[in-house]
Design a protein around this ligand. Structure first.
Ligand code: FE2
Length: 384
């Protein structure tokens, strides 16, 4: 067995070299008894059923979140988030005074966020932190960033990306008409407060309709972002066919930000917990868009069937917390229609060429129940 690398620091290595051919049981036992994870190169040595083959990096679109960022990225993201929140705060104040939306200021914020999105992970990370008195403004900024990221993942042209970012930033402008007592209430709202709060989409639409120069998609998203595909949303109870793609995108971004927000009275869920919960919310979200959203933030629940590298079916592996991107285990060729030797592929943005991750329906490929099959592949069962 050829060891390609050890995870962790040098001191934790059970052997004296990082890369070497394991040729004795003694060396194998030293590895087994250590806490180090290893990556083996099956091209240079034997393979084992439960080991992870050498990991091949592939690159997503360069704007996809990587989950890796340094202090400088975080400092820049924090500064931009503070600046953006200040503009949104001022916009809400203007709206309360009946002045309407300061379009140029808002557009500048959208452009600044769009320009910063080469490392969206840092920006989204800092906007998860919600202070009690500015959570509405921070949510607006976060939804703007998530919308831009998702729009780019979908391959929209720059002008459409900008409009969708603006729609994200303005989606909750109607909350400027809601009393602070209701907006900042930490506990659940009573019936009267809920009725009042649910006026914000129509109130926001009225504000935006009175402003010139805004893209129509901003009005659409503002009015409909609390509608659900199953018709259980508000204010109109629209069903799927009446809900636009932009609104479906905004609904995903808005709920994701709400679930992952870290508030003074609640810790918030992790990105993986959030997308897993959203995927099981029957009838709420557009599933195809939700999958694209997962790609835009670089987080997939384990056990999903995807197609990568053009013709390979793969299973998403449990999320790795070592700072690397999502890992997929390829096992089937769609061209040759045959099972392949497993290979683990890391999604990374270090390489220049892009690749696409496509959700696949297991039922259209395999007769075996997918949950069973996925579990076997994830466990390293080479008969699959
Ligand atoms: Fe809202």
């Amino acid at each position: 067995m050829y060891v390609h690398s050890f995870a962790g620091g040098w001191l934790s290595h059970p052997l004296w070299r990082s890369r070497l051919l394991i040729s004795s049981n003694e060396e194998l036992e030293r590895i087994r008894s250590s806490s180090s994870e290893i990556v083996i190169d099956t091209a240079k040595g034997c393979d084992v059923a439960t080991a992870r083959p050498i990991q091949t990096p592939i690159s997503p679109r360069s704007t996809r979140a990587s989950g890796r960022f340094g202090r400088a990225d975080q400092a820049r993201a924090t500064e931009l988030a503070q600046r953006s929140k200040a503009v949104v705060n001022a916009m809400f104040a203007d709206c309360r005074l009946g002045k309407g939306v300061p379009t140029n200021d808002i557009l500048a914020v959208v452009d600044d966020i769009a320009d910063s999105l080469n490392n969206i992970a840092a920006f989204i990370s800092v906007t998860r932190l919600k202070a009690q008195d500015d959570q509405t403004y921070t949510n607006s900024v976060a939804v703007c960033a998530l919308m831009i990221s998702l729009a780019r993942e979908l391959g929209y042209p720059a002008a459409a990306v900008r409009d969708l970012g603006m729609a994200g930033l303005l989606h909750d402008v109607g909350k400027s008409t809601i009393s602070q007592d209701i907006l900042l209430k930490a506990g659940p709202l009573n019936e009267a407060e809920t009725i009042e709060m649910r006026r914000h989409p129509t109130q926001g639409y009225d504000i935006l309709a009175a402003t010139t120069g805004l893209p129509p998609v901003a009005l659409d998203v503002c009015l409909h972002h609390h509608e659900r595909l199953d018709g259980l949303g508000y204010p109109f109870g629209l069903k799927a066919e009446a809900i636009s793609t932009a609104t479906r995108m905004a609904s995903i971004c808005d709920v994701y930000d709400a679930i992952t927000s870290i508030r003074p009275y609640a810790p918030g869920k992790s990105p993986l917990e959030a997308v897993t919960e959203m995927e099981t919310a029957e009838g709420h979200f557009d599933r195809a868009l939700l999958f694209q959203f997962m790609g835009s933030i670089g987080v997939y629940p384990a056990g999903k069937l995807v197609r990568i590298l053009g013709d390979r079916l793969a299973v998403t592996l449990p999320h790795n917390h070592n700072g690397i991107g999502p890992v997929f285990r390829t096992f089937y060729s769609t061209v040759d229609t045959r099972f392949l030797r497993h290979q683990d592929v890391i999604l990374t943005e270090d390489l220049a060429d892009g690749t696409t991750v496509i959700a696949e329906d297991p039922g259209s490929w395999f007769s075996e129940p997918w949950a069973t099959m996925a579990a076997r592949i994830m466990a390293g069962d080479r008969s699959v």
